[in-house]
Design a protein around this ligand. Sequence first.
Ligand code: PLP
Length: 446
Amino acid sequence: MLEALYRARFAQSAQLAVEATTRFPGGVTHDGRAATPFPLFITHALGAQKWDVDANRLIDYWCGHGALLLGHGHPAVVAAVQAQIERGTHLGGESPLALRWAALVQALVPGAERVRFTSSGTEATMLALRLARAVTGRPKIVRFQGHFHGWHDLAAPGADPDDPNAGLPADLLGTILTLPADLALVADTLAHASDVAAVILEPTGASYGTVPLPAGFLRDLRALTSDHGTLLICDEVVTGFRVSPGGAAARAGIVADLTCLAKILAGGLPGGAVVGREIIMRRLAAGEEAGDTRGRIRHQGTYNANPLSAAAGVVCLELVAAGAPATAAARGDELLAAFNQVLLARKAQGFTAYGDGSIIHLFADPAVTVEPGQVPAGLSVGALKRGGEPRIVNALRLAMQLGGADLMRGRSAFVSTAHTSADVAATAAALDDALGMLQAEGLIER
Ligand SMILES: Cc1ncc(COP(=O)(O)O)c(C=O)c1O
């Protein structure tokens, strides 16, 4: 019934999804956009809303996979990009705009003594790991189960505990130590292995806090890595400029050796950066002029500091500095409270919403005992990342879309400054209706 309703409401998407399987592997352009029975095809977006090919309006909680802190088409971002596109999309040289962009990053992110722009978050973590290995002369990397750092060879192992990646050479796998987020284990590993260049993590926990870290973890990890001469790399691709203007490390009062940035950094356009201590970043500079190319890392990239991304990034980071993260977080708090109110009222067994300001997660598994608002305890990293029992999670996603709200992968919400209290109320109503549909389907108890 639910699926039939979905197929009827999103009929044009269903048709395009058939064509997409003949053009894209798996019918999608990004693993995370895959959906059952088919993904929606979106034509345009504005503010907190987007429209699909069937002219359905949806409240959007993907918000550019977390990149759009200001929502879609923020007027100041649009104006800046429009102005820049007339002035050139690639200037074939350095630009004052990139200087302004970097200055804002340096003002916001603690420890950003130097900035190297990249084209994506994946490139940023790849470069940070290279820097760490070059500077320390050590080969190994410690990373945490389920933490996502992009798809390159060094980041892929360990990102999905239940779904190992193909195509990774065994030699390389031997240099990546994947640990649970357990400080005692990290301490033990660093005590016994003197060849660890860096520890990299998502500083609020795997998948933007879907699997939150133990209290004080980041602070203690900072101290521990310093004791061992191991670099700490904070992957703030999602959390940067969102959980606070300076990111999660800034909020925790620590300074990483290197920080990876992307998403909000470029105001919704493609872009990333590695920032950090000058003594490390100078590996990217040691050049012919310095008369010493030993230890140099060569780093190119046609679209590094691309002017369109820089134009959007400058405007966005100015608004971040003016308080955008707090505005989005306040709306996120409203949504979180509204979700849990609905779950409580419906007595939805095994359902909870939890989060961190403008990032919210829904969990749904009737076999799990959890109070609305709490993080389910005692579950594996994989189970938390799945967001619950797959059939229920998927049904909830379809039902929420039918109710006019599109959660990221059906289970998370990135809230922007464009979301209004009316959006929150409509989304909570969609959740209430969705639970009703799940009951009618016999998927959850009445
Ligand atoms: C924490 C984290 N690091 C790195 C990446 C990779 O960034 P990109 O998709 O820009 O390559 C992502 C992407 O979602 C991410 O969430």
